[in-house]
Design a protein around this ligand. Sequence first.
Ligand code: FPP
Ligand code: MG
Length: 294
Amino acid sequence: MSWIREGELTIIERFCANIIKAGPMPKHVAFIMDGNRRYAQKCHVERQQGHSQGFDKLAQTLRWCLNLGIREVTVYAFSIENFKRSKEEVDGLMDLARQKFSRLLEEQCFLNVCFAYTSRHEISNAVREMAWGVEQGLLEPSDVSESLLDKCLYTNNSPDPDLLIRTSGEVRLSDFLLWQTSHSCLVFQSVLWPEYSFWNLCEAILQFQMNYSALQKARDSYLEERRRQQLERDQAYVNKKLQQEGSVSRADSRRRRSLLQKCTALREERIQGFLQALEHKRADFLERLCPVSA
Ligand code: FPP
Ligand code: MG
């Protein structure tokens, strides 16, 4: 490490950061921090030491991200699958989380931590929530859509990641943000997580920049298609209404337009009502899970 430092970065790192920042930058980066145990084995240290160094690397990476102007980071800290590891290792990771996470969250308000998470669980939970909305009469079955599912995910307050990075040479997503990364740039790097460097991060951002226009194009055309499908659903709903009224002639275009506007406004209203009810339901659940003492 150089002794010539300006803030978190050396002068050469800062110079390169400024060059990279001249191109399109990811606003949201997700990490699968993999390779802690292989690192421990490689360095002949305890497994827990590998996880602990992995945690320190996370803190350092967050500071690099801040320096690069990346405003949001999501990390896969612990998957539901990880509970299958030995009790000793799981307890060790939980201890590490207890000791270090609160301090990290105080410092880095833009960090999302996925803990005891898998994406398929998150998606099936979102589907169950929408079914509950229909059952409660808050939603019409035709309100169920990809955009509503987006809003039922745990990540509903965040934009989708622009870039997802997995370390340690594994080239799979391991049930992490499957829904949210369909238009993200996926970068797999062979470095073990505790050895991750500023240059590895720059390399991943360069890959994002090289693929930027293709990613944007794919995302835009997907959103356009989604809007078109919603319009088609609304039009089908209006046609059904008009048929019921017995007025389906072409001369009814003004009535058709006003019904279409009304139908869109009513749908939006139902969705807002449902999302508010869902928020209360989730808050009640969390309150029961960890009651705030009076
Ligand atoms: C993957 O390496 C890493 C984890 C399962 C834990 C990730 C957690 C951190 C980097 C530290 C921050 C998190 C906490 C809980 C404080 P691995 O164990 O799968 O290693 P391997 O791929 O070499 O077997
Ligand atoms: Mg692993």
